[in-house]
Ligand binder design. Sequence first.
Ligand code: MEV
Length: 309
Amino acid sequence: MAVASVPGKIILLGEHGVLYGQPCLSVAIDLRVGVEMQEGSAATVNGRPLDSRRHTYIKHAIDKYWQGEPLEVVTYSKIPSASGLGSSAAITTASVACLLTLQQSFSPEEVAQRAFAVEYEVQRGGSPNDTSACTQGSAIVLAREKRDHFIWKISRKDRTWYVHSIPAPEMDIVVGVTGVKSKTPQLVKKVRRFVNYSGFARELTQDIGGWVEEGIAALAHSDFVSLGEAMTESQKILHTLGASSPELEKLIQASLRAGAYGAKLTGAGGGGSMIALTDEPEKVAIAIEKAGGKALVTSISREGTKVWV
Ligand code: MEV
């Protein structure tokens, strides 16, 4: 038997830009998923037959990385699904961590490599940001080149992402869940069409990268004012790229009016969640709820993927 516990993630800065060679800054959050796997007589998930539509990521991981007896899988999740908080990355990462543990070949890098392979094949694209954040925990930076705090690199076709685990201060982040599902592959495609068609949109992805660099420097100095500014400015760009939505804008504006340092969508957008950086989390959470969102006060999870046998 193997059990894995994996955190969700939020992208502080850099979604979409990371698909065009720009850096990305994410933190793992203290909302976690758990997956248990043990060999049994039939392949099931939470007592129901393993099914490629209902359990897409789990089934893909098992088909790809398991040759033993049928597996009985039990899952538990605190991360709302399709909310931009990495629930599919966390379930994928936890499944892969269990499968490697069952084969006595668990290592964080191996989990990150293989969990990304599953996500990439299911979603037909994407970056290894979410699966690496869920694997490593704390704060990570993806970049096109190797920097200080390098932990592993992941390549696909002609692209290589260098992953770094950077120090991060304690901070309060309020998540506002819109309740509108965020469909990552569709959003990625929508933004890609714009970027392929327009030089202006391509320049905007570079501007996102510029704000990520500002944010990384601000985080290193616990400068929440500058980090918040980088978030709010990035949001304006994501809006122009077509990744925002009226529901997200409403929660973002409410958070800023309540005094947040900065606020933006997180993940692919189009729905899903927004995040606000603040040292008055309850005040911002109330503003989000009054604007129609579901507020969750979170902090950074220092622990990435954990496994037990
Ligand atoms: C999704 O959480 C973030 C995107 O940049 C896609 C990706 O990096 O795979 C939109």
